[in-house]
Design a protein around this ligand. Sequence first.
Ligand code: HEC
Length: 139
Amino acid sequence: MNIFKMKSSVAVFIFVSIILISMTIQQNPVKPWPVPDDYKNMTNPVEKGESSNNAGKALYDKYCASCHGKTGLGDGVKGRALKDFPGDFSGEYYQNQTDGEHFYKTKVGRGEMPKYEDRMSDEDIWNMVNYMRTFKKAD
Ligand code: HEC
C-alpha cells in the first residue's frame, strides 16, 4: 500500500471527525442573572424613538454585534465561539426583562460578557437598551 495515500486518508478521517465533533458541541444556555431591585425598577431617562435608536445602533454595531449578531440573535462571528450563548435579543426571555435589567447587565457584565461602565456613558448604554428593543419579534 502506498504510504502517502494512507496518510492522506487518515488526515481526511481526522478532519471529518473534527467537523462532526465541533457540530455537536453546544454552548451553555443562558443562566439566570439576578439584577438588584434598584436597577430592575429604574426609569429609563432616554426617550425611545428614532434619534435614540440611531445613536444606539451605531454603538451596538461597533461594540456588540461581533458577539450578539447584527439582529441580536447571538450569532455574531465571535459569539459562536463563546462557551456561553450570548442570548437571543429577539426572544421573550430577553424582551420580557425591564429596561433597567438590560442596562445593568450591559454596565456590569458577567463572565464572557464584558462590562461597559468604564467605557461608555450611561446615556450611551440607555441608547443601546432602546435600540435592542427593536429586535423584538413581530407578534
Ligand atoms: C465578547 C462577546 C460579547 C460582547 C462584545 C458583548 N457581549 Fe453581551 N453578552 C455576551 C455573553 C456571553 C452574554 C451571556 C452572559 C451570561 O449570561 O453569563 C451576554 C449577555 C448580555 C446581556 C444579557 C442578556 C440576557 O438575556 O439577559 C445584555 C443585555 C448584553 N449582553 C448586552 C451587550 C451590549 C449592549 C454589548 C455592547 C456594548 C455587548 N453585550 C457586548 C457576550 C458579549
